[in-house]
Ligand binder design. Sequence first.
Ligand code: S3P
Length: 446
Amino acid sequence: MPSTTITLNSVAHHDSLTIAPATGLAVRGLIRIPGDKSISHRSLMLGAIAAGETTIEGLLLGEDPRSTAACFRAMGAQISELNSEQVIVQGIGLGQLQEPGDVLDCGNSGTTIRLMLGLLASQPRRFFCVTGDASLRSRPMKRVIQPLQQMGAEIWCRSGGYAPIAVQGQTLRPIHFQSPIASAQVKSCVLLAGLLTEGATTVTEPALSRDHSERMLQAFGAEVRVDPEACSATVIGPAQLTGQRVVVPGDISSAAFWLVAGAIVPDSELLIENVGVNPTRTGILEVLAAMGADIQMEKQRIVAGEPVADLRVRSSPLQACTIGGDLIPRLIDEIPILAVAATCAQGTTIIRDAAELRVKESDRLAVMASQLNRMGAQVTEQPDGLEITGGTPLSGTEVDSHTDHRIAMSLTIAALIAKGSTTIHRAEAAAISYPDFIPTLRQVCL
Ligand code: S3P
């Protein structure tokens, strides 16, 4: 039987990945996924502003955490060479970030720019300029600039609220910010600004977003009060942060590609080890279970304050489902790969209340609809979501990641169930959050 071919071609800084699945392809084996992106960013940032030494095990070595590390090095933190064994951060102490001699480049990373702005705005007498790549410079920043300005921050940006952004650090005043969107980046930005601000800084959101900042701030010694029922979190400033040992669990958003691959590629079984299963992130598991996926959680445990488990997935028939409301922030990054799962499910899957996807690394609603439809899927784009009628077989063709890491990997998984060969252009984007995605793909495709 001919085997599946996976070919990578590099031309002028771009990779195209061609996948020709063999008849009878299955995905099988044991997978260790990379460290959680959100927790990796936060461990570098809190390590940099805490007093003393922080050690980080399992850090994600993707391009986004590298952007965070480079920014904080430029402001005086000593961060050892990044590797997943152990990274050592010598913190410079809260309020001690140095004025960098150049613009801080956040690359493709929304988490770096938005969280960091909260810290920069609250460093009195220092001036900062922040920017990023073309995608980041087209993403909305008013959502963090406005609450920071309410706290008294001095911030300038391009018209429309885009980076590059200039900040003149100030002593800020505490606020209770009612965020119009459920966004962990907005919440974390305001809480980080609250660290140096005297009094109680509170953020209330319309639905609960991921709570990694609250957990890690508490672990580093800040006084943080959370009210998950009310979707609110408070930090009491000025805080005292002390360096810690952080163990970063595997990223459930990266595991999601294998959960869906294992579910939709016939005759498959994957065991994905060491996956972070913080309840603010596990919407994907609930939705896949509701669709009829066979996923088991094994060896549940708590590692350095975060719940972790191994996940076993076996292929099974899927049914359509409806996804919306408060569930959306709990699976916001998994919607592209859920759209791929929906192409195999019986019936019409409806995804709504997900307009936030239009302002991610790409317009993920438009890009997933157009690229899956090129492969023969039946996807209708709605202003705030997608409608996907499953059961139409996919056919190999040429598709494009639009330089979005999650799109690149979602289309790669779609290629595994397509008839014929699929070429994913600009597939190098995967390295933003999953540098070993292609080697792992080669390992599990039998
Ligand atoms: C993140 C929060 C989410 C998510 C992003 C990482 C974080 O964004 O999409 O990939 O680490 O706080 P929003 O907070 O904008 O929803």
